[in-house]
Design a protein around this ligand. Structure first.
Ligand code: NAP
Length: 492
C-alpha cells in the first residue's frame, strides 16, 4: 500500500479465539516480531472446532497434508484423512512449537468490543470483569461453533443420554447399546460409520438424504512417515497433488453456476456411487437426494454406504412425533427404543463473533450492521468497524474448501492492510461503505447462481435465502486475497 511514510508504531493486537485461524494469526504476528498480542480464548483449551467436536468417527475430509499450515507440515499424520484427536494435537503442538502458549488467555471470553473514536482503539470487556485495550482486533471465532438445537417435543423427558454432537457426553455408553443419530450431514454420516461398528442398533433419523462423494482412505506406514520427516518435499507433493487440485478446481469453478458441466460431472460420480454401492432398492431410494449434488455441503466418505448397509443400522425417514422416555415415537406410530440420542443437527452459522457485543465507529452496532445478513468486505473487513479483521468471516469460501489455506490467504490480505498502521502512516483502516455495498451487490447476484442456491436447504443460506459464501471460485478468491484494492479502503 502506498501510504506516506511516518513514525512506525508498535500495535497492540487482540485475537479472539485460539482455534485454527487464531493460532495462525498469532504465529504470523510473532514471526514478524509483533509480540504485543493476546489470544483470548473462552474455553480452557485451544483447538476451536477440533476441541469442541470429539464425537466417535470424527475425521477431516480434507487430506491431512493439505489440512496443515504451510509453515508447519506434519510428517506424523496417521492417514490420508486424519482423525479429529490427532488434528487437535497438531494445533497444540504448533502453538507450543511457535511460542504461542504464553500469549493465550484461557477461560477469558470477550463479551464486548467498543471502538473509541477519539483514540482509535478498541476497548474490550472481558468475562473476568477486567477491561483491556487493543489497536487491532482479529476476529478468529470460527463459523460453526453455536450448536443448532432441534425443537423436539418431549426431548427433556428422555431417560437415556441426549446431547448435541459438538457437546459429546463421555458418560454415554455406546458399545452394545441402541443409539439414535438425528441428522445426515458430515457429522451424522461420520457418526453412523463409527457407531455401526460399536452399537447394537443404530437408527439414523434422516430428514433429507445427502450426496456422497467416494474418496480413498489409507493409513501412512511407519516407513512413509519416516520418509516424510526426512524429505518434506514428499509432503509438498501431496499438498500439490494435481489430482487433488483438479478436484478442488472442478468443484470451486463448477459451483459458480449450478447448471455447469462440472457440477453435472460431480453429481454423476455421486449417483454412480449410490447405484453401485447400495444393493437394497428400498434403501437406495431412501438415500437418493432430490436436489443437485453440492447444494448441501458434499459429503466425502469411503465407508458410509458400507456402514449404512450393516444389519444393525436402520435409516428412518419418517417424521418424528415426539421423544418419549424410552425412545423416539414416529408420526406413523412406530417406536424406536433408544439408550442414547445424538443430535447431529449442525450449527447456527450466522453468529460469527456474536454474542459478543461489538460497537464500531460512532456507536454503530454490529447487530444493526448485520441486520439483514452478516457481511464483510471480501469476507475480512467491515465498514464502520476500523482496525477489525475477520478470518473465515461472512462470505468466506467455506464449502468444501481447504479452510487452513483460506485463512492463510486471508492473512496475506490482512498483513497488507496492517502495514500503513504499523508504519504510523495511518491510525485507522476500514473499507469504504460504497465499496462494500458494491461488493455485496455483486456477491449476492453471483451467490444466487451458485450450487448452494440451487433450491435445497443448507447451512450456507442467510435468512433471506442467499448463500453466505464466496461465489466466484477458488482462483478469484486467491487473486483477491493477494492484494487488497487500495481505493476500496479509507485510511485515516
Ligand atoms: P449440517 O450439515 O448442517 O447437517 C445437519 C443435519 O441435521 C442435516 O441432515 C439436517 O437435515 C438435520 N437436522 C437439522 N435440524 C433438524 C431437525 N430439527 N430435525 C431433523 N433433522 C434435522 O451439520 P453437520 O453435519 O454438523 O455439518 C456441518 C458442517 O460442519 C459441515 O457441512 C462441514 O462444513 C463441517 N464438518 C466437517 C467435517 C469434516 O470432515 N471436515 C465433519 C463434520 C462437520 P436437513 O438437511 O433436512 O436440514
Amino acid at each position: 500500500m502506498k501510504i506516506e511514510r511516518a513514525v512506525s508504531r508498535r500495535l497492540r493486537y487482540a485475537i479472539i479465539g485460539a482455534g485454527m485461524s487464531g493460532i495462525l494469526a498469532a504465529v504470523k504476528l510473532r514471526e514478524r516480531g509483533d509480540a504485543d498480542f493476546t489470544v483470548y480464548e473462552k474455553a480452557s483449551e485451544l483447538g476451536g472446532t477440533w476441541r469442541d467436536n470429539r464425537y466417535p468417527g470424527l475425521t477431516c475430509d480434507t487430506p491431512s497434508h493439505a489440512y496443515s499450515y504451510s509453515f508447519a507440515l506434519n510428517p506424523d499424520w496417521s492417514a490420508y484423512y486424519a482423525t479429529g484427536p490427532e488434528i487437535n494435537a497438531y494445533f497444540r503442538k504448533v502453538a507450543a512449537d511457535f511460542g504461542i502458549m504464553p500469549h493465550i488467555r484461557f477461560g477469558t471470553e470477550i463479551i464486548s468490543c467498543q471502538f473509541d473514536d477519539t483514540r482509535s482503539t478498541w476497548a474490550l470487556g472481558l468475562s473476568t470483569g477486567e477491561r483491556a485495550e487493543a489497536d487491532v482486533v482479529i476476529v478468529a471465532s470460527g463459523v460453526l461453533h453455536h450448536p443448532n438445537m432441534p425443537d423436539l417435543p418431549g426431548l427433556s423427558s428422555f431417560d437415556g443420554k441426549a446431547f448435541h454432537s459438538a457437546r459429546w457426553d463421555d458418560s454415554a455408553v455406546l458399545d452394545g447399546t441402541r443409539v439414535g443419530v438425528l441428522g445426515g450431514g458430515s457429522t451424522g454420516t461420520q457418526l453412523v460409520n463409527a457407531l455401526s461398528k460399536r452399537a447394537r442398533r443404530v437408527i439414523q433419523f434422516q430428514r433429507s438424504p445427502q450426496w456422497i462423494m467416494p474418496v480413498p482412505q489409507f493409513p501412512y506406514t511407519k516407513e512413509e512417515r519416516e520418509a516424510f520427516a526426512n524429505d518434506p518435499s514428499l509432503m509438498e507433493a501431496i499438498r500439490n497433488d494435481p489430482e487433488y487440485w483438479a478436484n478442488i478446481y472442478r468443484f470451486t469453478d463448477g459451483l459458480t453456476d449450478f447448471t455447469s458441466p462440472q457440477m453435472a460431472q460431480i453429481e454423476a460420480i455421486c449417483r454412480q456411487n449410490l447405484e453401485n454401492s447400495v444393493k437394497d432398492p428400498v434403501l437406495r431410494e431412501r438415500l437418493r437426494p432430490n436436489y443437485p449434488a453440492g447444494c448441501k455441503r458434499l459429503i466425502y466418505s469411503w465407508e458410509y454406504y458400507d456402514c449404512v448397509q450393516r444389519s444393525n443400522v436402520h435409516v428412518e425417514t419418517g417424521g418424528i412425533e415426539r421423544i418419549e422416555p424410552g425412545g423416539v415415537r414416529m408420526k406413523d406410530g412406530e417406536f424406536h427404543p433408544l439408550d442414547v440420542l445424538v443430535l447431529a443437527t449442525g450449527f447456527r452459522a450466522d453468529q460469527f463473533i456474536r454474542p459478543t457485543i461489538v460497537t464500531g465507529r460512532g456507536g454503530l452496532s454490529l447487530d444493526d450492521f448485520w441486520d439483514v445478513r452478516p457481511s464483510a468486505h471480501y469476507a475480512v473487513t467491515l465498514p464502520g468497524f476500523p482496525n477489525m479483521f475477520m478470518l473465515n468471516g461472512p462470505s468466506s469460501p467455506v464449502g468444501n474448501f481447504p479452510l487452513i489455506d483460506i485463512a492463510e490467504r486471508q492473512w496475506v490480505y490482512i498483513e497488507q492492510l496492517l502495514e500503513p498502521l504499523r508504519r504510523g502512516a495511518a491510525v485507522m483502516v476500514e473499507p469504504r461503505p460504497e465499496a462494500h455495498r458494491a461488493y455485496e451487490e455483486r456477491r449476492i447476484v453471483a451467490a444466487r447462481k451458485t450450487i448452494f442456491g440451487a433450491g435445497c436447504t443448507n447451512w450456507y443460506l442467510d435468512k433471506t435465502g442467499v448463500p453466505s459464501t464466496w461465489p466466484w471460485g477458488y482462483k478469484a478468491f486467491s487473486d483477491a486475497m493477494a492484494a487488497p484494492v487500495e481505493t476500496e479502503f479509507h485510511f485515516a
